[in-house]
Design a protein around this ligand. Structure first.
Ligand code: MG
Length: 667
C-alpha cells in the first residue's frame, strides 16, 4: 500500500469507528444468534424472515422491554437504591473518571477521548479491573433514581467506545501496516487485560444488571440492542473457550456462565451455557473444597468468596426454577464451608488475613450470613451469626481443627472478651496461598495481637511485584525460618490434636527446607495462655530464626531476657518471652501489616535466632500471655524436660509467677 492509499484507508477506518460510536449500526447477525422460535419472538421472526431487520430489531426491543418470565435475583427494579459512593462513581464517570480499584483513590481520569490503555500505576489489578466497568451499574441506578437521560446516553456511548477500542480479534495485516510498532504492541498487550477471562465473566454478570436498568431508555435503541447482543454473545463464546484452569477464577467464570444462560435464554446456545456452568461448579466444589469444608487456596477471603459464588448460582437457579440441577451434596458442602468460616473468624466478625486475604467489613459479613441463613434456615449457628446472637444458637464446640485444610482454632469463648488463636499449617495450597506454615493470628479481648502481614498488592511491574513479595516472605509471619529464607516446601502434617480440657494441644510438622523440618507444638493452657514449642531438626547448617509480628503501637523489647511487652492503649496486651535451649539473640526486624489493598501500617517485628550445626536440633519455648492489664504481667520461665529431641513427643516445664506446670505430649 502506498502512502496515499494508506491515508485514505486510515480515514475510512476512523470514519467507520466514529460513526459507530455516535450512531450504532444495526447488526443483522444478532438474529442468527437467537432462537427465533423462542416463545415471544414470533413477530421478530416474521419481520426478520421478511427482510425487515430494522422493524425486527424494534420488535425485539419491545419484547425485552416487556419480558417478565426471566427473574434476576440480584435486582428488584421496584426498590432501587443508590449509595452515596455509587452516586459519586456514576457522576465521576460522566467526566470519564472511572472507579476501577479501591486501592487507587481518587480515581484516575481516562481522558475526553477515553484511553482504555491508560495505565498510571503498573499494577496489573488496576488495568484489569478497569475492564470490569464497575461504574456502569451505578450509572444505571443513578439513571433509574433520577430519570436523567444523561446517564443512559453516556453509558451507551462508553459501551460502544469500549467495543471499538478494545477489539478481541487479531488486527488484520493492512491495519498492522498502518500502525507503528508501539501501537501494535499496545493493542496486543491490551487484549491481555481487556479480555482476561475473569474480566469477561465480570462484564457478563454486570451487563445483565445494566441491561435491566437501561433498557427503558430512549438511548437504548433497537440498533444498540443488536450491538449489545452481538457483543454479549462474543463474551460468552470467548469465555467458554478460555476458562481458567482452576481456582477461584474458574468458579467465578462458571457461575457467570450460568447467569448468561439463565438471563438470556433467547440465545440458541443458552441452555448449553447454563449446563456448562452448572457442570463446572458441581465438579469444582468437589475438587476445590476439602472434606473439612476449607477451600484449597487457604485464604479466608477467597473461601468466603467461593461460598458466595456457589450460593449465587443457587439464587439464580431458584429464581428461574432449576435448583434440581444441583445435587444435595452441593448444598451440604456449602453448609460445611460456612461452618468452617465461622470457626476460623473472630468474635468481631473479622477474619485472619493469611495468604492473600483482606479483612472483611462487618456489615458485609452480616449480609453474607443473612443470605446464607435463607439457604440454610434450619442451621441455628448460621442464624446466630446472621442476627448477632439475637436468634439461633452458638456452635457447641469452642476449639476446632480442620486437619485437611490445616486450620486450627483455639478458642475459650465466642464472646467479645474471648481468646482466639487461629493457626495455619496446611498443604501446598493454590495461587493465593502464602508460604507461611505454622503461622497464627491471636485475637484477645477485642484486639488482634498478632495480625498477619497480609497481602498489600497482587502483581504488576517489578516495583509492584517487589512489594507483593515482601508481604509473602515466610520471615514476615509468626513462624520459623532457616537463614530467613522463604519456605521451600509447604506440606504440613498434623501429628496430634486435642481441642478440649485445661491443656489443649496441637502438633504440626512441615519439612520446610532440604535438611530442616519444623515441628511446632502449641499448648493452650487453662484457656488463658499459650506455650509454643518450636523444634527445627535435620542436617541443615545455618541460623534458625523464630519470628513474631505484633500489632501496631508501642512494644517494648528486652534483648537480655528475650522478653516482649506490648504497651497498647485499652485492655488487650501481651507479654511474650522466648527461652532457647542454646543462646539466643533477639533481632528487631522490618514489620508491616496490611488488611486492605495498598494500605499498610508499620508495626514491631522481631526474631529470636540461634546457630544450628549438622545434626543439632534448635529448640525454642515461647510463652505468649495475653493480658487485660499489662501491669499484671506474670513472671515467666520455661525449660525442656526431655534433654534430647524425640520424634515421638516433647515435655517442657513452664513457671508462671513461680507456679509450675508440666506440659507433655506423646504421639
Ligand atoms: Mg501472610
Amino acid at each position: 500500500m502506498n502512502n496515499i492509499s494508506k491515508y485514505v484507508a486510515l480515514v475510512f477506518i476512523l470514519f467507520c469507528l466514529s460513526s459507530r460510536i455516535s450512531a450504532q449500526q444495526l447488526k443483522p447477525e444478532a438474529f442468527s444468534l437467537l432462537n427465533l422460535d423462542y416463545p415471544g419472538l414470533e413477530k421478530v421472526k416474521t419481520l426478520h424472515e421478511a427482510g425487515k431487520d430494522a422493524d425486527a430489531a424494534k420488535a425485539l426491543l419491545d419484547y425485552y422491554r416487556g419480558r417478565t418470565a426471566v427473574k434476576h435475583p440480584d435486582i428488584d427494579l421496584t426498590k432501587i437504591r443508590i449509595s452515596k459512593e455509587e452516586q459519586k462513581w456514576a457522576d465521576d464517570a460522566l467526566e470519564h473518571t472511572f472507579f476501577s480499584h479501591k486501592g487507587y483513590q481518587p480515581s484516575y481520569n481516562y481522558g475526553k477521548d477515553i484511553n482504555w490503555q491508560y495505565w498510571p500505576v503498573q499494577d496489573n489489578e488496576l488495568r484489569w479491573q478497569l475492564h470490569r466497568h464497575k461504574w456502569f451499574a451505578p450509572m444505571g441506578k443513578a439513571y433509574r433514581v433520577s430519570g436523567d437521560e444523561k446517564y443512559a446516553r453516556e453509558w451507551v456511548h462508553q459501551y460502544m467506545d469500549w467495543i471499538t477500542k478494545n477489539p478481541l480479534a487479531k488486527i488484520n495485516k493492512d491495519e498492522y501496516e498502518m500502525l507503528n510498532a508501539d501501537e501494535v504492541k499496545g493493542l496486543v498487550e491490551n487484549v491481555r487485560f481487556a479480555w482476561r477471562p475473569l474480566e469477561v465473566s465480570h462484564r457478563m454478570q454486570d451487563q445483565t444488571n445494566q441491561f435491566q436498568y437501561f433498557i427503558v431508555s430512549p438511548s437504548f435503541t433497537p440498533e444498540f440492542l443488536t450491538e449489545f447482543l452481538v457483543n454479549y454473545h462474543k463474551h460468552v463464546i470467548h469465555l467458554l473457550g478460555n476458562y481458567s484452569e482452576k481456582g477461584n477464577h474458574l468458579l467465578f467464570e462458571a457461575q457467570r456462565t450460568i447467569y448468561a444462560g439463565a438471563f438470556f435464554p433467547e440465545y440458541k446456545d443458552a441452555s448449553a451455557w447454563r449446563k456448562r456452568g452448572i457442570d463446572v461448579l458441581n465438579r469444582e466444589i468437589e475438587i476445590q473444597v476439602y472434606d473439612d469444608g476449607g477451600q484449597y487456596e487457604l485464604d479466608a477471603h477467597y473461601h468466603a468468596a467461593a461460598i458466595n459464588i456457589f450460593c449465587k448460582a443457587l439464587y439464580m437457579a431458584d429464581a428461574n426454577g432449576f435448583r434440581g440441577e444441583f445435587p444435595q451434596s452441593y448444598m451440604d458442602t456449602i453448609e460445611k464451608m460456612i461452618v468452617f468460616y465461622m470457626n476460623i473468624c473472630f468474635p468481631d466478625y473479622t477474619n485472619p488475613c493469611f495468604s492473600d486475604a483482606q479483612i472483611g467489613a462487618k456489615h458485609a459479613e452480616l449480609r453474607n450470613y443473612r443470605e446464607w441463613m435463607k439457604l440454610f434456615p434450619k442451621n441455628e449457628q448460621i442464624r446466630y451469626f446472621a442476627t448477632e446472637g439475637k436468634e439461633g444458637k452458638l456452635p457447641q464446640n469452642l476449639s476446632r481443627a480442620f486437619k485437611t485444610t490445616g486450620f486450627y482454632t483455639f478458642r475459650n469463648s465466642w464472646k467479645k472478651d474471648a481468646t482466639v488463636m487461629v493457626m495455619k499449617a496446611g498443604p501446598e495450597g493454590f495461587w493465593h496461598n502464602q508460604p507461611d506454615n505454622g503461622t497464627f493470628e491471636l485475637w484477645f479481648n477485642g484486639k488482634n495481637l498478632f495480625p498477619d502481614s497480609g497481602v498489600y498488592v497482587y502483581a504488576g511491574d517489578s516495583e509492584v511485584t517487589k512489594q507483593r513479595n515482601w508481604f509473602r516472605q515466610t520471615m514476615v509471619h509468626n513462624t520459623l525460618t532457616l537463614d530467613n529464607k522463604t519456605l521451600e516446601t509447604t506440606q504440613s502434617v498434623c501429628k496430634y490434636w486435642n481441642g478440649e480440657g485445661n491443656v489443649q494441644t496441637l502438633v504440626t510438622e512441615n519439612p520446610g527446607y532440604a535438611g530442616l523440618t519444623h515441628r511446632r507444638t502449641v499448648f493452650f493452657v487453662d484457656n488463658t495462655y499459650f506455650v509454643l514449642v518450636d523444634e527445627a531438626y535435620g542436617d541443615a547448617v545455618g541460623e534458625v530464626n523464630l519470628h513474631y509480628q505484633l500489632a501496631e503501637g508501642k512494644v517494648d523489647l528486652d534483648p537480655k531476657t528475650m522478653m516482649v511487652n506490648s504497651d497498647y492503649a485499652g485492655s488487650s496486651n501481651v507479654k511474650l518471652q522466648c527461652f532457647g535451649e542454646k543462646p539466643l539473640t533477639m533481632k528487631e526486624e522490618e514489620g508491616w501489616y496490611s488488611t486492605t489493598y495498598r494500605k499498610r501500617a508499620e508495626r514491631t517485628a522481631l526474631s529470636f535466632n540461634t546457630q544450628k550445626q549438622t545434626g543439632d536440633t534448635s529448640r525454642f519455648i515461647t510463652v505468649i500471655y495475653p493480658l487485660t492489664d499489662r501491669a499484671k504481667a506474670p513472671e515467666l520461665s520455661a525449660k525442656f524436660n526431655n534433654k534430647e529431641f524425640s520424634a515421638s513427643g516433647v515435655e517442657v516445664e513452664v513457671k508462671v509467677n513461680g507456679k509450675k506446670q508440666v506440659l507433655k505430649i506423646n504421639f
